[in-house]
Write a protein that binds this ligand. Structure first.
Ligand code: ACO
Length: 358
């Protein structure tokens, strides 16, 4: 009897209660390459102008990878920054998830990152979900942390990175797309926290839109598609990003709005707590285009001062990096107890949202 009690105390039976333990972000990192491309630089590459770009997109500058600089370099800088911010040694990391669309090799970027930062005990995998890759990766890491605790009683530390080198697949002769895109990486560390953290997640996809935003980018290999080295002959036109901008715009607004409402609703279903849009302190939408962000804010009834928009102005559309880059940008102003929502939408179409308390 005594022995059985001792075993049960040391290895308590998993209960559903443990699923309600809080999991949140404890560290933030970010990186953009030093090479900056302004709107007037683009005037020398395609037939465009600063006024058109600002009015239609809000973008002023974007950063692009230099010759010899890689997506792995960006991911490693952001990851190391997040671990340092969290005070976590890489050897303590159990799980690495990387949202990425432009790593055109195998093995995965996550495994190469595991080796680069020195995290030998971590499992590592990439997540391909367009610009929503980071949100999908956070959801997966969050669920794993909950399940490891509930099933095995183990505390798990996860590193989640969103990174893309869109300049690798940018057609620098296509003025409709090349003005929008930039390179960058952002990272967070996730683990159990005493309170707050992630309250609900929601992910969604609609594969009917596969031909609206696409690239056969595997054809581009790891060559650097900088404005200087671009040739259609070298890579073939299918290797570059193709987009029906108007269709992306309309579905992006619709879906981001419904995903925010859905994640709030999921939280209510799980806990009974009613959260209204007016309770949201801050929104981190994927930084695709300032006009999309303005429209999403307006449709939701969230004033623009509560919406992160600085990223798209400074970095352009950095795909799956844009939300964690936003956290990193705002890291000095992060307060406790704030209710925040992340929402992303991208190729696939794939989308998702996270409801969190800081
Ligand atoms: N500079 C100057 N003129 C341009 C440029 C440019 N860079 N690009 C297009 N134009 C011209 C067009 O040729 C057209 O000229 P015309 O009237 O003589 O034919 C005119 O501007 C209007 O073009 P539209 O394509 O109708 O412009 P629109 O208002 O749709 O804006 C844009 C284009 C900015 C791409 C818009 O459709 C958009 O924001 N779409 C969302 C796409 C997006 O954000 N994608 C990001 C990737 S997906 C994601 O992250 C969710």
């Amino acid at each position: 009897m005594v022995t059985r009690f001792w075993v049960a105390a040391r290895h308590p039976r998993p209960t559903i209660d443990r699923l309600s333990q809080a999991v949140g972000y404890v560290g933030f990192g970010g990186y953009v390459p030093p090479t900056e491309l302004t709107n007037s630089d683009l005037e020398g590459i395609v037939d465009t102008n600063d006024e058109w770009i600002l009015r239609r997109t809000g973008i002023k500058t974007r950063h692009i990878l230099a010759e010899g600089e890689t997506i792995l370099d960006m991911a490693a800088c952001a990851a190391k920054g997040a671990l340092e911010d969290a005070g976590i040694d890489p050897a303590q990391v159990d799980d690495i998830r990387v949202g990425v669309n432009t790593w055109m090799r195998f093995p995965s970027l996550a495994t190469q990152l595991q080796e680069r930062i020195g995290a030998p005990r971590a499992a590592a995998a990439d997540v391909s979900a367009g610009c929503a890759g980071f949100v999908y990766a956070v959801e997966q890491a969050y669920h794993r942390i909950l399940i490891e605790k509930a099933r095995y009683g183990r505390d798990t530390i996860a590193l989640v990175v969103g990174v893309d080198g869109l300049s690798h697949i940018t057609d620098w002769t296509d003025r409709q797309t090349c003005v929008l895109l930039g390179d960058g990486a952002g990272a967070v560390v996730l683990r159990h926290v005493p309170k707050g953290g992630i309250l609900a997640t929601h992910t969604h996809a609609d594969g009917r839109y596969g031909d609206v935003l696409w690239s056969d980018s595997v054809l581009a290999g790891q060559a650097n598609g900088s404005p200087k080295t671009f040739t259609h002959e070298a890579k073939g036109p299918r290797a570059y990003l193709h987009m029906d901008g108007k269709k992306v715009f309309a579905v992006a607004v619709e879906t981001m709005v419904s995903d925010v409402l859905r994640v709030i609703e999921k939280h209510r279903e799980a806990t009974g707590e009613r959260i209204g849009i007016e309770d949201i302190d801050y929104l981190y939408p994927h930084q695709a285009n300032l006009r999309i962000l303005e429209m999403v804010g307006k449709r939701l009834g969230v004033p623009l001062e509560k919406v992160y928009t600085e990223g798209v102005v400074r970095y352009g559309n950095t795909s799956t990096a844009s939300i964690p880059l936003g956290y990193w940008d705002n890291r000095k102003t992060k307060g406790e107890g704030r209710l925040e929502v992340d929402v992303a939408f991208g190729a696939g179409f794939a989308s998702g949202a996270i409801l969190r308390r800081t």
